[in-house]
Design a binder for this molecule. Structure first.
Ligand SMILES: Cc1ncc(C[n+]2csc(CCOP(=O)(O)OP(=O)(O)O)c2C)c(N)n1
Ligand SMILES: [Mg+2]
Length: 315
C-alpha cells in the first residue's frame, strides 16, 4: 500500500494514527462484551476504519455527517464520549436513545452527526435537505453521507443523487463498497464494472478511492469538500474495501471465500499505516533514543486508558 503524506507533518500523521486506532480498540472490546452477553448486537467495521476516520478528519467540525452501521470511526473521530457510546450500546437510559435502541440508530446535534435510517437508502435524501438549507442560507458547507454498495440498488439512491445533481447541492455521496450486502456479493448486486461509473449517468464527478488507505481517503475528501464548499455540487465517491467479519456478529462469514478474507487481511488499514510510520515516514522529529515502534506501543497503552472502566477491566 502506498501512502502519500503530501503536506501533512509528522505530528499530524501520528494524530491520524491515533484516530484510526481508537475505533478498532473499542470494537475489539465490544466483541468480548458481545460474547459475554453484555451487549446484544454488533455490526463490525473492522478493516474498514480508514473510510470513516479519514473522511471525518477531512470534514469541518460543524459540517454534517450521516454515517451507517459500520462507521464507529465517525463517532470516535468527532470525540463523542466513550461512556455515552457504551451506555447507548448497553441500552441504558443515559444513552442517546434513552434505552430504546442498542445499535447505531442515533445521532448527536452537538457533534453534527445524523443518526442512520435503518432502511437502506432514504438517508441520502436527508443529506440533500441539509445541503439545500446550507445553499439557500449562503453557508459554504459540505455534507457527507455514507451508503453501503447494497443500498445503491435502492431507488432512494438514484433519487437523492439525481436531485443533488440538478440542484447543484454540495453533498459528498460516499459508497463504502465492502464486497457484500448481507450475504449478497457485488457480482449479484450490480452489473456495472465500477459503481463510481454511475456518476457519469448523473452528470457529476466521481472518484474511486482505496478505502483501506487512510491518507488516500483523507486527501480525496479534503480536496472534494474544499472544492464543493466554493462551487456547490455533488460528488460520488466509491471507497473500495472489504467486510472482514459477518454482516453482524451472529451471521458469520461461511459464504465468503477464504481466499478473499486472506487477501484483504493483508490490506488491513491499521497495520499498513503502522508499517508506513515504522518504515520511516514518521522519522524526522522522533528522538533518536526512541524508536517509532516503542512510540506506537506507548500510544496504544495511553489509548487503552481512555476506554471506559467497564471496557478497561477486560483488557
Ligand atoms: C430497504 C432495506 N432492505 C433490507 C434491509 C436489511 N439490511 C440491513 S443492512 C443490509 C445489508 C446492507 O448492505 P450494504 O449496503 O452493502 O452495507 P454493509 O452492511 O455491507 O455495510 C440489509 C440487506 C434494510 N435495512 N433496508
Ligand atoms: Mg456492503
Amino acid at each position: 500500500m502506498i501512502f502519500d503524506s503530501k503536506n501533512l507533518n509528522d505530528d499530524t500523521l501520528l494524530a491520524f494514527y491515533k484516530r484510526l486506532l481508537l475505533p478498532r480498540m473499542v470494537e475489539e472490546k465490544m466483541l468480548i462484551l458481545l460474547r459475554q452477553g453484555r451487549i446484544g448486537k454488533w455490526f463490525s467495521g473492522i478493516g474498514q476504519e480508514a473510510i470513516a476516520v479519514g473522511s471525518t478528519l477531512a470534514m469541518q467540525p460543524d459540517e454534517y455527517i450521516l454515517p451507517m452501521h459500520r462507521n464507529l470511526g465517525v463517532f470516535t473521530t468527532r470525540d463523542i464520549p466513550l461512556w455515552k457510546l457504551m451506555a447507548q450500546w448497553q441500552g441504558k437510559a443515559t444513552g442517546f436513545t434513552k434505552g430504546r435502541d442498542r445499535s447505531f440508530h442515533f445521532g448527536s446535534q452537538e457533534h453534527k452527526i445524523i443518526g442512520m435510517i435503518s432502511h437502506l437508502g432514504p438517508q441520502m435524501a436527508l443529506a440533500d435537505g441539509i445541503a439545500l438549507a446550507d445553499k439557500l442560507s449562503g453557508r459554504k458547507k459540505a455534507t457527507l453521507v455514507f451508503t453501503g454498495e447494497g443500498a445503491t440498488s435502492e431507488g432512494d439512491f438514484h433519487e437523492a443523487i439525481n436531485v443533488a445533481a440538478v440542484w447543484d447541492l454540495p453533498v459528498i455521496f460516499l459508497i463504502e463498497n465492502n464486497g457484500y450486502g448481507l450475504s449478497t456479493p457485488t457480482r449479484e448486486q450490480y452489473r456495472c464494472r465500477r459503481l463510481v461509473d454511475r456518476a457519469i449517468g448523473y452528470g457529476i464527478e466521481g472518484r474511486r478511492i482505496d478505502g483501506n488507505n487512510l491518507l488516500d481517503v483523507y486527501h480525496n475528501i479534503n480536496e472534494v469538500a474544499h472544492d464543493i464548499r466554493q462551487r456547490p455540487r455533488p460528488v460520488l465517491l466509491e471507497c473500495v474495501t472489504f467486510r472482514i467479519r459477518g454482516h453482524e456478529e451472529a451471521s458469520g462469514t461461511k459464504y465468503v471465500p477464504q481466499r478473499l478474507l486472506d487477501e484483504w487481511k493483508q490490506k488491513d488499514p491499521i497495520e499498513n499505516f503502522e508499517q508506513y510510520l515504522i518504515n520511516g515516514a514518521y522519522c524526522s522529529r522522533v528522538p533518536s533514543m526512541v524508536c517509532v515502534q516503542d512510540l506506537l506501543k506507548i500510544l496504544k497503552l495511553k489509548l487503552k486508558k481512555r476506554l471506559p472502566n467497564r471496557i478497561q477491566c477486560l483488557i
